[in-house]
Design a binder for this molecule. Structure first.
Ligand code: NAI
Length: 247
């Protein structure tokens, strides 16, 4: 018999926003399935949390790996209440005229295909329970135009669109699908852009109405709300968590 404890699968859980999510979902009483390309770190992270959690290896863009990871989750925990599609890559940030098309395709595969494949894998246990919540991590880059975020922006706009499509399709099965659209959040992803001179942190902070970058915890808290029963009448929404940038 499946346990009473709720189970949350979080992709890209080894770092940044995903790690903040793993900690917050564990603190809220969920068993956390930390899914990542980097299995060693995902497992180590799961061990750092107190309680019954586990790490799972998966490249979310690969249909076979996604199927295997979700089968392993089902075997291990026997239920699935929440999926957060958080895994993502920011891309090479080339000037669009020089953008490498292999990288363009890779970004689309990880962000759009990855979100779709994991959502479909989560559908089966959630539909069987007639209840589930999926929260996708979109981006401000999918809402407003940002230079050089060609593939990334298009892919994140795709995630927002998938959110709405699946929300309207799966409401009948009791599955809610929402997204957050974070602005600039202090993780290694943004740090990498700063180090490569592609982003100036001071200029960035001045552009943000609230005057600073966000933290992974601030994004995780919004996701925890959308996944919870407090958001039981909310589906198909894209919630900006950006200090007012897109306002
Ligand atoms: P991060 O780079 O710190 O962590 C991303 C994690 O995803 C890593 O653990 C990585 O191993 C994993 N990952 C990458 N590709 C994967 C794949 N194919 N399959 C499985 N795991 C994979 O990134 P960060 O900043 O925590 O970003 C998390 C999400 O938030 C991403 O979707 C990103 O696009 C989005 N986001 C981040 C913003 C920011 O300012 N940091 C702003 C808006 C959105």
């Amino acid at each position: 018999m499946a346990s009473e404890q709720k189970v949350a699968a979080i992709t890209g859980a080894a770092n940044g926003i995903g790690w903040a999510l793993a900690q917050q979902f564990a603190a809220a009483g969920y068993a956390v399935c930390a899914i990542d390309l980097d299995l060693d770190t995902a497992r180590a992270r799961a061990k750092e949390l107190s309680g019954d959690h586990d790490g799972f290896a998966c490249d979310v863009s690969d249909a076979d790996q996604v199927a295997k990871a979700f089968a392993a989750i089902d075997k291990r925990f026997g239920r699935l209440d929440v999926l957060v599609n958080n895994a993502g890559i920011v891309g090479s940030q080339e000037a669009s005229i020089h953008q490498d098309m292999e990288y363009f395709d890779r970004i689309t595969k990880v962000i759009v295909n990855g979100t779709f494949l994991c959502s479909r894998a989560a559908y089966h246990p959630m539909a069987a329970q007639r209840k589930g919540a999926i929260v996708n991590v979109g981006s401000i880059a999918g809402l407003v135009g940002l230079p050089r975020r060609n593939a990334y922006g298009a892919a994140k706009a795709g995630v927002h669109s998938l959110t709405r499509a699946l929300a309207s399709e799966w409401a009948a099965q009791g599955i809610r699908v929402n997204a957050v659209a974070p602005g600039f959040i202090a993780t290694s992803m943004v740090q990498g852009l700063v180090e490569r001179g592609l982003v100036d942190e001071g200029r960035l902070s001045r552009r943000i109405p609230m005057g600073r970058l966000g933290t992974p915890d601030e994004v995780a808290e919004a996701i925890l709300f959308l996944a919870s029963d407090s958001a039981r009448y909310i589906t198909g929404s894209v919630l900006s968590v950006d200090g007012g940038w897109a306002a």
